[in-house]
Design a protein around this ligand. Structure first.
Ligand code: FE
Length: 383
């Protein structure tokens, strides 16, 4: 058994901060969290955190790419490269997120995910997030209209037979959409409504069949109107509906971030990056799902119509932005980056907290700028 000590860390857990603490890792799990001054057990390795924040490893459930790659690229280097970039953001668990593509291309991506999962040399990949192809053709954003089709559980199950599908974004107003939510749940997949013009009544149909998750809240969804509160109203109204949110201050404005954190229970907010191919790269031309993109001033937009085309956001920046915008202490915000996601998947007793028995998936952050100083996955220092 190998024992690792991380000393002199500000350990951050949901609602708890312990300065000057030490964390003892035995094999892949957290064995003890010891307050300052406690005698430490012998260890094989010791890391001095130098007072940095030690937070649960981030869980990005929605990101398409980074460092010049999209996870759907027909290139065996794509998924490992994106997973390496995610690790550098402090992400220890990640759902590679597909785009609206043909079945062959999606199946090929699933094969490449399965291959990555044999080793998982960077972050963990517990499953895939299928974003589309069953979305509303009039709410595409940067999704390619050529491949939009009607909800089809058989197609999803074919893909899930290659690699696990954990989440599926679809438009609830599509033919059979509400029933599709129930079919996904039956198969252990989180149904999420997005790229959708659903009315509140259409949302309620899917809600009645178990829908409790909205994809990139506010972006590509029916806005709040006082006679039909749409999906934005549904997300704000229903405490038990989890919302993904891109807190880059571009996809969602600062007052909207404030409103969401004011209104929603913190356990129903899930920070995502929705990062695309050009994330981690300087401004310049790029692409998403075969469509041309221009990145300027850190904003990725489609060349043809200026629609937002995914973000440049990193998970550590997302956390920092929310702390800055809301004024909440980091220990209040931290559960939106991993524990809430783990809870939704029924893994809240294994991931997202720095407590005995939890996986030793940990990130060291500089408290001044939230830059990533180190990353542990299953007790192994990978960065
Ligand atoms: Fe999207």
């Amino acid at each position: 058994m190998s024992i690792i000590r991380i000393t002199n860390a500000s350990v951050i857990n949901p609602e708890v901060r312990i300065n000057g603490a030490s964390v003892i890792i035995e094999d892949a799990e957290i064995a003890e969290v010891l307050p300052a001054g406690t005698p430490l057990p012998d260890a094989d390795e010791t890391y001095d955190a130098g007072g940095a924040l030690l937070v649960p490893g981030f869980f990005d459930i929605h990101a398409h790419g980074a460092v010049g790659y999209e996870i759907t690229d027909d290139d065996p280097a794509a998924i490992p490269a994106v997973c390496k970039a995610k690790l550098e953001e402090g992400v220890t668990s990640y759902f590679p997120t597909t785009l609206t593509l043909g079945h062959e291309a999606l199946a090929k991506t699933m094969e490449r995910v399965a291959l990555y999962c044999e080793k998982e040399e960077y972050c963990r990949v517990p499953g895939v997030h299928l974003e589309g192809p069953f979305i509303n053709p009039s709410s595409l954003g940067a999704q390619n209209p050529a491949f939009v089709r009607k909800p089809d559980i058989e197609e999803v199950l074919q893909l899930a037979a290659i690699a696990p599908v954990s989440e599926m974004t679809f438009a609830a107003e599509m033919e059979g959409g509400a029933e599709f939510a129930r079919q996904l749940l039956e198969n252990g997949i989180v149904p999420s409504c997005g790229h959708s013009k659903a009315t509140y009544a259409q949302f309620r149909d899917a809600y009645a069949r178990g829908l409790r998750h909205l994809t990139h809240f506010c972006n590509q969804m029916s806005p709040l109107h006082h006679r039909d509160i749409g999906l934005v109203g549904a997300g704000l109204l229903h405490d038990d509906v989890r919302i993904e949110i891109i807190c880059d201050k571009v996809h969602v404005s600062v007052p909207m971030i404030q409103l969401v954190f004011d209104r929603k229970p913190i356990e129903s907010i899930l920070l995502i990056t929705d990062s695309m191919r050009a994330s981690h790269l300087p401004d310049g031309p790029s692409s998403i799902g075969g469509l041309d993109v221009i990145v300027k001033n850190g904003e990725a937009r489609l060349a043809k119509d200026g629609a937002l085309a995914g973000s440049m956001l990193r998970m550590n920046q997302a956390l920092r932005n929310v702390v800055e915008v809301t004024g909440l202490p980091v220990e209040d915000v931290i559960q939106t980056t991993s524990w809430n996601q783990a809870e939704e998947l029924g893994l809240g007793d294994q991931f997202g907290r720095i407590e005995p028995g939890y996986a030793a998936d940990l990130v060291l952050l500089d408290e001044a700028d939230y830059s990533v100083k180190g990353v542990f996955v299953g007790g192994e220092k990978r960065l």
